[in-house]
Ligand binder design. Structure first.
Ligand code: SF4
Length: 335
């Protein structure tokens, strides 16, 4: 049970969130559920992640309070993740409340697209401007093998709907050696006519099995693409995870995310709150603060901030240092 302690008065409201390495945190990945309507092989076991019950998941008001507190200290972007965020009842209302926070943070969404078409207008009205959509194959049969579910056409229709609505779109493909690495060119071709960014992600061992995962490195992905295209690099923005490229004549861009090799940790600006209310200061690390317990124990803002700052003062320099012995499933972390 959480013990209430005096957090020390006088912490000025606008002190930014700075970690042990001097990195300033400005981006919150907020997982709104650990439930999903897919069972992607690289993300969770076939049976899914154990259901801890409704009460174990942060309530909407708790999420808005925690996000609001962090936004008051420099968080400017909030990415809504999961599991699959659109399976959470009331997610549009949650996005609307987050977009209405006094600091007007930018709200982003990562989704598998299955429920996107029917929610798109409401999401846009709620303030959503950019979407990352996970798609790991352009072959319907292979997509079903990877996701262990049906619905490929709904994902393609959602892509069309997002493009028609003029929202920013990134398509994230996890490259699985021997499974979909023969589709790199087909995915890159999507950028020929469409103003999308197609991002190739190194497979990382977050399937909940504890076993290492075969990975095709970012260098190998780029080398394969360069057999077909001229890739012109774009300077990487501060805190960005992808190395991005343009292909002359293409409307969109290509990105490569070296999630396994973790080459972008030096300017990492990301904080995570998972669906069960744990603060995570690194994707590869363990949960560090039980924010849900603090909120439900009626901790005040100063006490919650003190706990978050304490965790940042202990934050690892990179994902190798932080790496837990056994990695949780991506669905329970929030990506
Ligand atoms: S691995 Fe950890 S430190 Fe590195 S970028 Fe990801 S979250 Fe940040």
């Amino acid at each position: 049970m959480f013990e209430l302690t005096s957090a020390g008065a006088g912490s000025s409201p606008l002190v930014p969130l700075i970690d042990r390495q001097g990195r300033r945190l400005d981006y919150l990945r907020l997982a709104v559920t650990d439930r999903c309507n897919l069972r992607c092989r690289y993300c969770m076991p076939a049976e899914g992640v154990p259901d801890a019950g409704h009460d174990a998941i942060l309530r909407t008001g708790e999420m808005v309070r925690l996000a609001g507190l962090l936004c008051g200290h420099g968080i400017g972007r909030i990415r809504i993740t999961g599991g699959e965020p659109l399976v959470r009842k009331g997610v549009v209302g949650l996005i609307s409340e987050l977009a209405a926070l006094p600091t007007e943070p930018e709200i982003l969404l990562t989704t598998n697209g299955l429920l996107l078409s029917e929610n798109l207008a409401a999401l846009q009205a709620a303030g959503l401007r950019r979407i990352n959509l996970s798609l790991d194959s352009l072959d319907p049969a292979k997509w079903e093998r990877i996701t262990r579910r049906r619905g490929f056409d709904r994902v393609l229709n959602a892509i069309d709907a997002v493009l028609a609505a003029g929202l920013g779109l990134k398509i994230n493909m996890v490259v699985l050696p021997g499974i979909n690495d023969d589709e790199l060119a087909a995915f890159a071709d999507l950028t020929r006519q469409h103003p999308v960014t197609v991002r190739f992600i190194e497979a990382m061992g977050f399937d909940g099995s504890g076993r290492p995962m075969r990975t095709l490195s970012g260098d190998a992905i780029i080398a394969e693409l360069e057999t077909r295209y001229c890739l012109e690099p774009i300077p990487r923005a501060q805190g960005a995870v992808a190395d991005e490229f343009v292909i002359p004549g293409h409307a969109g861009r290509i990105g490569v995310i070296r999630g396994h090799h973790r080459t972008f940790c030096s300017d990492c600006t990301r904080l995570r709150i998972d669906a069960r209310g744990y603060l995570r200061t690194c994707l590869y690390g363990q949960p560090v603060v039980d924010l849900k317990a603090m909120v439900r124990a009626e901790a005040n803002d100063e006490q919650i901030l003190a706990a978050i700052r304490g965790a940042l003062a202990r934050r690892h320099a990179n994902g190798f240092e932080a790496a837990a012995l056994r990695l949780d499933s991506m669905a329970s972390i929030g990506g």
